[in-house]
Design a protein around this ligand. Structure first.
Ligand SMILES: *Cc1c(COP(=O)(O)O)cnc(C)c1O
Length: 403
């Protein structure tokens, strides 16, 4: 079926309306054109698509089920369905694009995958894909994040990846991005920079969206099969925006399906640095090689950002989201830390599913929306097993956990 939003966007220069594009150093232009060309080729290469589909099925465990969360639905007044990306191998949607990117890199003759990671989720998913395909893997990570997310560092080591500590500046994600990018410039021929969301220069926003679109394509036919109709609403959390683009992509032309992206309001939506609600509070600008809404200071530099969900604290957002916001096709809302933690416990206790704190933002918004009526499909982007110690330590007392 033809889909204007995915078949015709981005244009050949990587633009979704005025957003996206490619703002990169001249020495990378040829490399990036090569990646774009190779990506175009594999989308028409039946052997590649068959191999990826087979990995999704037998390695990741796709299709992920859709679950009708009956007790949650009854409690909040509308039918709520969950697309269970939390059941994927490695526990989240990120494996969908990591496998796609790694397979592309391997076909291009690259030997090493590199990336930055904040909380370690993207690093673990990429290290997994590298191990599976027999590739080297360097993950750049700030020393502060390494201390905070120690279990993910251990996971990456066990998977055979090299975790490169970044010790300058604030020693977190921003510095890790700079360090990974610098390392990439050192050898863009043998290395492949596997971007972790629908962000970065063209062709990454398109490529990562396409790899994630399996989520929406599955969900569309699963909902039709289960309920005989499409959902009235679809809800997904938005950090860089890959899980949201993945599920939205199959429904963009269904005018009766209302799409909702949920951004983190953190501790305080009205204070700069206390949230990461890019589309809600940001303005158009250029960072990390592409144009999009971003949270920026007067000099156009990225603002500090914060969310209780470390996978959501990014000061920009995928360019297609900016386009869809301006168009009014997707509505963007915010959920703060407290509401997300409430939803984390709600889903755990009412359905026996412990969500990632990122995904809990989508659950929180869905429960608010449910009071207005209409069926709701939520993309449950990941499971919360790496979040439990943090949540128990910070919030356990408020939710009756034994000290
Ligand atoms: C990384 C992550 C996110 C945020 O990334 P998007 O690109 O916005 O999808 C959301 N949920 C989970 C579970 C994640 O690991």
């Amino acid at each position: 079926m033809h889909n204007t939003f995915t078949d015709e966007l981005p244009n050949t220069d990587g633009y979704f309306g005025e957003y996206g594009g490619s703002f990169i150093p001249p020495e990378l232009e040829e490399i990036m054109t090569g990646i774009s060309q190779a990506y175009d080729d594999i989308t028409r290469d039946q052997a590649f698509l068959t191999e990826l589909t087979s990995l999704y099925q037998h390695y990741v465990g796709r299709p992920s089920p859709i679950f009708h969360a009956q007790r949650l639905s009854e409690k909040f007044g509308s039918p709520i369905y969950l697309k269970r990306e939390d059941l994927n191998h490695t526990g989240a949607h990120k494996i969908n694009h990591c496998l796609g990117e790694a397979l592309l890199a391997k076909k291009m003759g690259k030997t090493k995958l590199i990336a930055e990671t904040g909380a370690g989720q993207h690093g673990v998913a990429l290290a997994t894909a590298a191990a599976l395909l027999g590739m080297e893997c360097d993950i750049y990570m700030g020393e502060v994040d390494m201390a905070k997310e120690h279990p993910n560092v251990v996971r990456m080591h066990i998977l055979g990846a090299r975790v490169v500590p970044v010790s300058h500046g604030r020693k977190t994600l921003k510095e890790a991005v700079d360090a990974a990018f610098e390392a990439y410039l050192g050898d863009p021929v043998n290395q492949f920079y596997a971007i972790g969301s629908v962000v970065g220069p063209h062709p990454f926003p398109r490529m990562v969206r396409d790899f994630q679109s399996i989520v929406g394509n599955e969900a569309r036919s699963q909902m039709l099969e289960m309920t005989g109709q499409l959902p009235d609403h679809i809800v997904a959390c938005v950090g860089g925006g890959s899980n949201a683009m993945g599920i939205f992509s199959a429904f963009l032309e269904d005018e009766n399906v209302t799409l909702h992206g949920v951004e983190p309001a953190g501790r305080n939506l009205e204070v700069r640095g206390e949230h990461a609600a890019t589309l809600t509070k940001g303005s158009p600008g250029v960072m990390h090689g592409f144009k999009s809404y971003m949270l920026q200071n007067d000099q156009g530099e990225p603002d500090e950002v914060y969310s209780v969900a470390s996978g959501l604290d990014y000061p920009s957002v995928g360019p297609q989201h900016s386009y869809l916001k301006d168009l009014g096709r997707v509505h963007y809302h915010t959920i703060n830390d407290r509401e997300a933690i409430d939803a984390f416990f709600e889903l755990s206790r009412v359905e026996g599913i412990i969500p990632a704190i990122e995904s809990a933002h989508a659950i929180a918004y869905a429960t608010q929306l449910a009071r207005q009526g209409g069926s709701i499909l939520v993309n449950l982007s990941g499971r919360g097993d790496t979040d439990i110690d943090f949540v128990a330590g910070q919030y356990g007392k408020d939710y009756g956990l034994p000290g």
